[in-house]
Design a protein around this ligand. Sequence first.
Ligand code: SF4
Length: 277
Amino acid sequence: MDVDTLVRWLSPSKVAMLGRCEHQFFRHYLLGENKPPSAAMAFGSAFDDAVSNGCMEGIASGEVTKADSLKEIFQWTWEMGQLEVEDWRDEKPGPMLDQGVALIGNWREKIGEGIHPTSVQARLKRDFPDTGWGVEGVVDVTFCRDSGPEIVADTKTTARAWRSADARALKKTPAKAFSSLQVPCYSILTGLPVFEFHVCTRGKRPDIDVIQVPIVGQKWKEGYLAIVARARQKIKDCAASGSWMPTAWMSGHFLCSRRWCGWWKICEETFGGTRPE
Ligand code: SF4
């Protein structure tokens, strides 16, 4: 993709990747390289697919897909998706299948029951006239509960049970603690006043935590647009100089590791030094 097209609309995931590592951004978005997903990423995709399928049926028929069918959908998508995983590290496909089946059943009971989906995986864009740029994002799902307001929701999967301190911090300032990019961006894109994170924890005791974020104020939206403007300038500067630094490597970011980044081997050979695996 050329730089002008790339900076025309920036999404939270592009901005987050650029902020984490210029080099990863360059390889993924400019060179169009894709690396095999980690087991955790493949699990998250399969789970998202099952949720999306369930909500699409909810739009068509008025009721989210029943748990037994959702479990089958998860199984199919997981069995296909896990074929792409090359490095399983300490995970195994069989136990992850069992965890996913249990977790999607839990999702159906705790989230799917009683919601009325209104959109699924909607790619939304908003232009700002006269600026020549805008913002974009893919919204997992929007829905209503009975007579309540329309809500925009994002599903997260995690392997680790939330420690109580994490959960408390998240509930106190959810957008700040968990993600400061998606909430204001999706609020700008949808105009909806309520945002929910559905934190789905796999493991021995699958669990779903619903974290509702209050109405996003104008200050957050302006803050997000300022971050996007800086990201646009950063991309242009890097492209002009031809220098895309391994910033995650240099800062020691925890996602810069063999487990989480498919370019880890290349970077180790290219940039040298040692990083924890
Ligand atoms: S291994 Fe680290 S420095 Fe290299 S692309 Fe990945 S995150 Fe960036």
